[in-house]
Design a protein around this ligand. Structure first.
Ligand SMILES: C[S@@+](CC[C@H](N)C(=O)[O-])C[C@H]1O[C@@H](n2cnc3c(N)ncnc32)[C@H](O)[C@@H]1O
Length: 464
């Protein structure tokens, strides 16, 4: 259930009424905490409607009495007609859209359930009928609510951040951006690094959408927690939220008023494609290839690299005491999973919240793997390559040095709120040009361990 302080904040985001009649949708209403926060604003005269109705959809029968009671308490004091609609919101919304063929609500407030929607499930098929392609109930609820509100209608929801960049949420982002303007995004983000960002709230964001609105600047606000004691907000041009020309339409959330790093640093403007580089997920999924994996290297094997084989960015292989295999048999049957020997930059696909940076990069140095003709990269690594071939050594070193920097981390956190670093995310990033990466790689090689302490200053000088 939404904590009361968060519910009040969510309700506070609705702008003053531009209609005399309010028809509020609360989907997955629980015991009605969000509707109550909205109706409290009506009682206080902050939202002024001549007539009010609430449709509260709730699946869990155990919550229905509480929900009825909450709404009945307001019906006695406001010109309110409230309906509790038991059962599945997805089913009811899809059939409502079919029957009415159009919008009915002026406002929607929601904290939807989080649950995967399996590809062959009834929900998935129902959603498809409404033109909604999505793999989680939370995005399904937002999409349906958006479909059910009228032009100019306002929707405020608290939902996980994962839709902002996940490749599976691309159709949902399209659905949303085609129908609505993003007006406000709120993050529970610690600006002071002394606060660890490990609460449930940090996984979520609050967004306000205006159906059919012309997209303009977006208010982005932050607070460390639900006391909102250190609340701040800034207005950002939409081009800083969804980058022009980005086919994935990632939603970036700047937490400071400064321009994004790649705008502030003119040298940081190149896409991977412009560098002639690609990044792919490590193709070796170990449990599928179990018969071909070996604990230690042998005459018929080549190295199989896991994240554990990189310590402070350096390759350590083979590991004597690893629980993971060190090698994969080189055979016709495994050839398609292997890369030719060479120098590669890799990053871990998962980082932990305790780590300073989300991106943790390392270099595969072929000098440490003499006599090796091919390499296996396990699925928990991302591999930067050039047409499935290795990179010039200094380029790989420069790339890893850049990816391990604060500048790259800040850029990454604008659009990725979780600890997964997927190849799609790395394709989104902007990079220094090849020549600068090579220069950086050369510098890092010469400076050795010293480079870590000096890299930010070096990068700023190179990119300015
Ligand atoms: C995260 S809770 C939020 C409850 C309430 N809106 C609040 O903010 O306190 C999500 C609610 O959605 C309900 N729910 C889950 N699946 C549903 C469905 N298919 N249709 C309607 N409600 C559903 C759950 O029972 C739960 O009460």
């Amino acid at each position: 259930m939404t904590p009361p302080g968060v519910a009040r904040f969510i309700a506070s985001l609705f702008p003053p009424a531009n209609t005399r009649t309010c028809r509020l949708l609360d989907a997955g209403a629980g015991v009605g905490g969000l509707s109550a926060a909205f109706l409290d604003r009506c009682m206080a005269g902050e939202l002024d409607f001549a007539s009010l109705s609430v449709d509260a959809y709730e699946f869990d029968e155990a919550l229905l009495d509480g929900l009825r009671q909450t709404l009945a308490g307001y019906a006695a004091r406001l010109p309110l007609s409230a309906r509790v609609l038991p059962g599945d919101f997805v089913e009811q919304a899809v059939s409502a859209l079919g029957l009415w063929g159009g919008p009915r609500y002026s406002h929607a407030i929601l904290n939807p359930p989080y649950k995967k929607v399996q590809s062959q499930s009834r929900h998935r098929l129902l959603l498809r009928q409404a033109g909604i392609e999505t793999s989680n109930l939370y995005s399904a609820f937002v999409a349906l609510a958006l479909a059910l509100i009228e032009d100019g209608g306002q929707l405020v929801a608290i939902i996980p951040r994962s839709f902002c960049n996940g490749p599976y949420f691309r159709p949902f982002r399209d659905f949303l951006l085609e129908r609505a303007a993003i007006r406000h995004l709120h993050l529970f983000a610690a600006r002071d690094k002394a606060f660890r960002e490990d609460g449930v709230l940090q996984e979520n964001l609050i967004l306000r959408l205006e159906r059919g609105g012309a997209q303009g600047p977006v208010t982005v606000s932050t607070s460390t927690d639900d006391s909102f004691a250190d609340y701040v907000e800034h207005l950002h041009p939409f081009e800083h939220i969804v980058l022009p020309g980005d086919p994935e339409r990632f939603i970036h959330i700047p937490t400071s008023p400064e321009a994004p790093a790649h705008e502030a640093l003119p040298g940081l403007s190149h896409t991977l494609a412009e560098l002639g580089l690609e990044v792919s997920t490590g193709p070796v999924v170990d449990f599928r290839l179990r018969d071909w994996l070996r604990d230690q290297p042998g005459a018929d094997t080549v190295p199989l690299l896991y994240p554990g084989h990189f310590r402070a960015g350096r390759l350590v292989w083979p590991l004597a005491d690893s629980r993971k295999p060190n090698a994969i048999v080189q055979h016709d049957a495994t050839a398609k999973w292997l890369y030719p020997a060479g120098c590669y930059c890799v990053t871990r696909r998962l980082s932990s919240k305790e780590e300073k940076h989300r991106i943790v990069a390392g270099v595969v140095d072929p000098a440490l793997l003499p006599g090796v003709s091919a390499l296996g990269f396990e699925n928990h690594l991302n591999v930067f390559h050039q047409g499935r071939q290795g990179l010039p050594e200094l380029l790989a070193r420069g790339l890893a040095t850049f990816l391990n920097s604060d500048i790259a981390d800040a850029q990454f956190r604008r659009f990725n709120g979780h600890t997964q670093v997927n190849a799609t995310d790395l394709r989104q990033m902007r990079y220094p040009c090849r020549a600068l990466l090579v220069e950086l790689g050369n510098w890092a090689k010469e400076r050795g361990d010293q480079a870590l302490a000096e890299v930010e200053a070096k990068l700023e000088a190179l990119l300015a």
